[in-house]
Design a protein around this ligand. Structure first.
Ligand code: PRP
Ligand code: ZN
Length: 303
């Protein structure tokens, strides 16, 4: 690439998130938990980063992959469904991959599913042969149909897909299912899963080569620190020296017990546990000699 076509170095990272919708609030909260804060501009489409040079762009989720591809934004919080659809659509017209999911974010879980009228007696994918399927995910659906060897017509709709069978524009649909309420309200039932989706942090395929690279690495490290600590609990208690071995056996899934000197010959113990510590488990530890049991949530960690 010649110097004249090289994008100018930027020193602020720009992240696209959904302006409104089901990913909007969790995306903002997650980024705030990573230590980011913003001064909200009046039109609320651009939020200037205050704590760090990381700005937010509030957009339609469908626009996020394209904004990353065009280099307008460096990162985006978007459903894997949207990212995958647009990646497949790019490939279908011969364009190179321009973005990739960097981290799963653990919210916005849903499935892209085939749903048919409730009265259908579902016998398998061969029932789709020759049918019209309404969807907002034509590229994923087409690839899936091809893989299954089914010849069906993909009817692309940008919204209100679930109404298509009633309107007669398609016999069935392929749409996102979260709680299943939308399908039920439209007398449809889910029968096949094409994609398990969740919100992801998406980024460019090519690495950044200016100040933004360091910001992105820091953000990813903080995200990893958060997701690692999400299920972690610090367990603290005291016990007499002779009970320690029995207590350690009751905590096989925890890290080895850290021993600290305690008062009156007792040992103070602490360990990191993954997953929930039930009341029942604590009572069991108490019966085995643990005293002053305390379970603390872990807020941050650098790993
Ligand atoms: C999706 C999907 C359904 C609904 C399903 O739309 O298109 O309409 O969610 O959710 P449920 O199973 O909990 O009823 P979404 O609200 O994500 O908006 P979109 O049309 O912008 O994708
Ligand atoms: Zn959408």
């Amino acid at each position: 690439m010649s110097a004249s076509t090289t994008a100018p170095a930027r020193d602020r990272l720009r992240i696209a998130i959904q302006k409104s919708g089901r990913l909007a609030d969790p995306a903002r909260s997650l980024l705030a938990a990573c230590g980011l804060s913003w001064r909200q501009s009046r039109d609320k489409l651009f939020c200037f980063g205050e704590s760090l040079p990381v700005d937010l762009l509030l957009v339609r989720d469908d626009d996020i992959p394209g904004l990353i591809a065009d280099g307008v934004c460096d990162l985006g919080v978007v459903g894997l469904n949207e990212l995958d659809e647009q990646a497949k659509a790019r490939r279908q017209i011969g364009l190179a991959d321009a973005y990739q999911p960097l981290r799963g974010l653990g919210f916005g879980s849903c499935r892209l599913m085939i749903a048919v009228p409730e009265e259908w007696d579902w016998q398998g994918v061969q029932m789709l042969q020759g049918k019209r399927i309404a969807t907002s995910y034509p590229a994923i659906l087409a690839a899936w149909l091809k893989e299954k060897g089914v010849d069906a017509q993909v009817v692309e709709l940008s919204g209100s897909v679930e109404i298509a069978p009633k309107l007669g524009t398609a016999e069935l649909i392929c749409d996102l299912v979260s709680s299943g309420a939308t399908l039920a309200a439209n007398q449809l039932k889910p029968v096949e899963t094409l994609l398990e989706s969740e919100a992801v942090l998406a980024g460019p395929v090519n690495e950044l080569d200016d100040a933004r690279a360091g910001l992105m690495a820091m953000l990813l490290r903080r995200l990893d620190g958060l997701s690692k600590t999400q299920d972690q609990k610090l367990l603290m208690f005291s016990a007499a020296e002779e009970s320690v071995d029995a207590l350690a056996r009751l905590l096989p899934d925890a890290e080895p017990l850290l021993r600290l000197p305690g008062a009156g010959g007792a040992v103070r113990l602490q360990t990191m546990c993954n997953g929930a510590l039930s009341w029942q488990r604590l009572e069991e530890l108490e019966r085995a000699g643990a005293q002053g049991l305390m379970v603390l949530a872990v807020e941050k960690s650098l790993v």
